[in-house]
Design a protein around this ligand. Structure first.
Ligand SMILES: C[S@@+](CC[C@H](N)C(=O)[O-])C[C@H]1O[C@@H](n2cnc3c(N)ncnc32)[C@H](O)[C@@H]1O
Length: 265
């Protein structure tokens, strides 16, 4: 898939602005497909245990960290590059009494500001699609994992049926993704960075259903709230709806989707 010239600055503009708030409205504080259910599946399959120290790469509002501390009694660090997300993540962690068990740092996930062999696991949920250099990201994740540590993530992918360059450009421009990896591509990156693959699952069929679900929520329930976030701009709302419909169509055709990956260093 061709890479678009989308930079971290473009992604920061999304998550510092109304689009980020819109994603929270649609998905909740856990800004990923499947929310609690998806995180529970990922953490259980990854074999997370009480007392482990984990790093969430692209931690956004910090809900992934809070989910893991609450449900798996781990300690967490979160790394994100967008100020609004970090401010809210810190405020919400403090307000919920997690200040002592979660630390957030500002930074790019392709230059992780922690030393080698720090973490028992590295975690990511539906965010690495925004990263330009995914090879560097996986290499950095491997570097900060302890030997035997676990890499566990979900992400939006180019689906098994593949996208044409035009289809990919349309979706990636709307979503502000430089490109989407595919399932085989992630497996290659994991193995090229010296890790042993434990699981690689294609979740594309369920992803398609989620896109339908988000469109239905926006049109049948949350229209007022969504419009308020984007300055009551109805043409923009309709245009965004059109792009989501296109993504739904691509997902139903197996051209765009989502995957879950677990590996060991
Ligand atoms: C969809 S949200 C992540 C959702 C989060 N994982 C969750 O499940 O709640 C995407 C986040 O990725 C962050 N991000 C994207 N590219 C990044 C990069 N290169 N370095 C650090 N953060 C990045 C954005 O700032 C944004 O907060």
């Amino acid at each position: 898939m061709e890479k678009l010239p989308i930079t971290l600055g473009d992604v920061q503009a999304v998550y510092d602005g109304p689009e980020g708030a819109l994603w929270e409205l649609i998905m909740g504080e856990q800004i990923h497909v499947g929310g609690f259910k998806s995180s529970m599946e990922l953490a259980t399959r990854a074999g997370l245990k009480e007392g482990m120290f984990g790093l969430d790469l692209c931690s956004a509002l910090g809900a992934g960290c809070r989910f893991l501390v609450k449900n798996f009694k781990v300690r967490m660090a979160g790394l994100d590059a967008t100020k609004t997300m970090l401010d809210k993540a810190r405020q919400r962690a403090d307000a919920e009494g997690f200040a002592g068990s979660i630390e957030f740092k500002d930074g790019d996930v392709t230059k992780i500001p922690w030393p080698d062999k720090t973490f028992d696991f590295v975690w990511g949920e539906d965010a690495w699609c925004y990263v330009v250099d995914k090879d560097k990201l996986i290499a950095e994740a491997a570097r900060v994992l302890k030997p035997g540590g676990i890499l566990a993530f979900t992400d939006w992918l180019e689906g098994p049926a593949g996208l044409s360059n035009d289809e990919a450009a349309r979706i990636n421009t709307f979503m502000k993704f430089p490109y989407m990896e595919n399932q085989k591509g992630y497996v290659k990156l994991i193995q090229a960075n010296g890790m042993t693959l434990i699981e690689s699952s294609d979740l594309t069929p369920e992803f398609a259903g989620y896109v339908d679900f988000y469109i239905k929520m926006l049109t049948d329930q949350l229209t007022f709230d969504a419009l308020k976030i984007i300055g009551d701009n109805m043409p923009l709302f309709q245009a965004m709806g059109g792009e989501m419909m296109f993504m739904g169509q691509m997902a139903h055709n197996g051209k765009m989707g989502r995957g879950r990956f677990i590996a060991r260093k």
